[in-house]
Design a protein around this ligand. Sequence first.
Ligand SMILES: Nc1ncnc2c1ncn2[C@@H]1O[C@H](COP(=O)(O)OP(=O)(O)OP(=O)(O)O)[C@@H](O)[C@H]1O
Length: 464
Amino acid sequence: MTMFNSCRINNYIITSQIGEGAYGLVYRAIDIHNDREYAIKAVVQGSSVSRGADMDGGETYRNSAKLQKRLAKLFRESKNIVRTPSIDLGSIENMKEEDFKKLPHYKEISLHLRVHHHKNIVTIREVLQSAICTFIVMDYYPTDLFTSIVDNRHFITNGLLIKKVFLQICSALNYCHEHGIYHCDVKPENLLLDADDNVFLCDFGLSTTSTYLKPNICVGSSYYMPPERISFDNAKCSSSKIRVKGHKLKKMCSSCNGDLWSLGIILINLTCVRNPWLKADKTEDNSYYYFTKDPTVLKQILPLSDALYSLLSQILQVNPKKRISLQDVMKEVSSITSFTNKGPLSKVPPLSKSVYEKFSNPGDATGKTMSPKQYTYMDNRRMDKNLYCTSSSDDDDRVQEEEENDGGSRSGSLGTLDTDTGLHSSFTSTSCDSDNESSKVPNKFSLLEKKFNELHMSATSLTN
Ligand SMILES: Nc1ncnc2c1ncn2[C@@H]1O[C@H](COP(=O)(O)OP(=O)(O)OP(=O)(O)O)[C@@H](O)[C@H]1O
């Protein structure tokens, strides 16, 4: 695998590779203008493929290796400096569904831009378009929630920190949902942390504007995927209804409630450093199978307090329609007084109203035109946001219980530079004369999945 240390994209010098995903490579970089660090995600141009749990590690590797190779060529040909135009963020944000058909990889960026004003969502600073890929320049965060939970054991004694982090995640998701964006890939690897333990949601690669999704579409990471996306009973499926564990469902499943399920699993991760099952599929996973027979099994396999069990059993409802609302989850977590049945998390203070407000409603989450992010309540070295949002969350006609096209209802002024896509662009010129370097970076994704696997309660243990 080639690394591009010291190569430059406009004013950003790449310092290391920090991520490798299904359709993107993420680099750490320094802006020579202000010495600030950024993360630059290179997204393959024209990738329209739906990224799903069915994608194996090999495929991920092949895709990123291909992109890596193309980037190497790009840097080589441009003598290690790539000069590339910056695309107007407003015109990306206002892209429509038909634009995504031409430029599918812009959907991730467009949906992300519609919500990045929230304080707990990663801020996009710039989008650069090169001949072979699109570079998303984002604020850089030093760690992710997986590393923090598993490697650093950062939460095992600190119930208040769990509350803060969890409420910030809820707040970010709630904001997305209010703006008609459903993340669909909520997992600890997609939640970044700053030095003050503030959380930032990233990776909108699977996000959608569809209020309802078809069942069994199988997108995301299997640990966090709700059962209706993977394991509804095909045999019992009639033309207009599906069943999940015998519950009749309308043929479409609420996207919002899918994200909610993932949140429930993250709450277990934070409090127990475990995953309850590998996959919410009762034909493939014994733990999940026994859970569907008797939810109190959760208390046998995890050290849950009665209060947390009660909350989890309302979140992890197999029938998505029966799940507790996100707002109620937040209130419950705020007031809960024990997470576990023993140890340091068995006593947790309830949050005062003002602290709850601070974590759950950190910024202006009400308006159509959002004010810049404000970093008010923590010591924060982050610079002020100078982007602005030009589009609103149109009151899209939500075609409920009908198959929906993904989004496509937002409108906005289109640019004049590229009549095909409506994207405005501007050019920043720079120069660089450093050489490429080569080195190996482990595939972090697979390492993390492996670690959680190791920590996961053996799927067969309940049968013993
Ligand atoms: N802004 C950022 N700051 C620091 N690290 C980041 C940032 N954005 C992404 N990363 C790191 O890069 C990893 C991959 O990023 P991202 O999830 O956006 O890519 P992806 O190609 O969609 O990955 P996947 O296929 O695993 O979902 C993240 O898990 C995180 O560790």
